[in-house]
Design a protein around this ligand. Sequence first.
Ligand code: PGA
Length: 269
Amino acid sequence: MRVVIEPDYEGMSRKAAAMVADLVRRKPDCVLGLATGSTPIGLYKELIRLSREDGLDFSRVTTFNLDEYHGLAPEHDQCYRYFMEKNLFEGLKTRPKRTSVPDGLARDVDGYCASYEKAIKDSGGIDLQVLGIGGDGHIAFNEPGSSLGSRTRLVVLTEETITDNSRFFASADDVPRFALTMGVATILEARKCLLLASGIKKSKVVREAIEGPVTSQITASALQLHPDTFAFLDEDAADLLELKDYYKHVEKMYGEHGVGRRAAVAATR
Ligand code: PGA
C-alpha cells in the first residue's frame, strides 16, 4: 500500500483528485467507484473545479456508489443518491454517462444486490474505487465481522456508525438501521483503490487498518491485500502511524527519481 501524507485536508483532497483526473484523461470511458461521507467532499469539489476550469470531461464515465441506506427514498436529503447529486454530479460541467447508487427501496433485496454486482461486471469492472474509513474501521458499510469474501448485500449498521452518522439526521433515532453495501470482496476487485482519511479522530483506526493485522474486525485492513491501493491522509489522520517517516521518504524518493509508474503520484502536485 502506498501511504501518501499531505499537510492538510485540502492538499490531501487535491492529490487524490489529481489521481482520479489522470485516469479520466487517460481512459475517458473509465468506471469509477464512488463514496459518500464528509471525507471525499474536498476531492469532489476539486473534480468539479477541474471539470469547469480545465475541461475535465466526465461524459463517457460510468460510476457506481459503494452503498445506500435501506428504506430511504432517493429524494430524502440524507440518502446517498441525493448526496452524490448535490456534492458531485450536479456540479460537473459534463455529467457522467451513467451513475448508479444502490436502490435503498429495492424490494427483492437479494436479487437486487446480485444485479448490482452484475452491472459492475458488465461495465468492465471498477477501474478506481474511492473509499473513506468509518470510526469502526469499515469500508463502505462493511461493519466489523463482515467476511473479507463478502459481496453486495443487506447489512445491519453498528451503534458506532449510527452515532457517527446521526450528525446528519434530526436524531439518532432517524438513522436507518440497515444498508445495502458492496462487499469487501467486491471492493477488492477494483483495479485501484484510494482510501481517504482526515482528522485526528481517525488516527487510531487508520493505524489499525494500515499497520495492524488483516482482520474482518477492521474491514479497511483488507486493503493490505490489494495490489494497487493508495491511502491519502492528512497529518492528523497519519499521527499514530509507526512508519510515518518511512512512508514520507518513499514518496520523496519516487518523486525525485521518477522510477516507472510509481513516480506518477509524486508528480501530481
Ligand atoms: P466520514 O465517513 O467521511 O463522514 O468520516 C467515512 C465512512 O463512514 O466511511
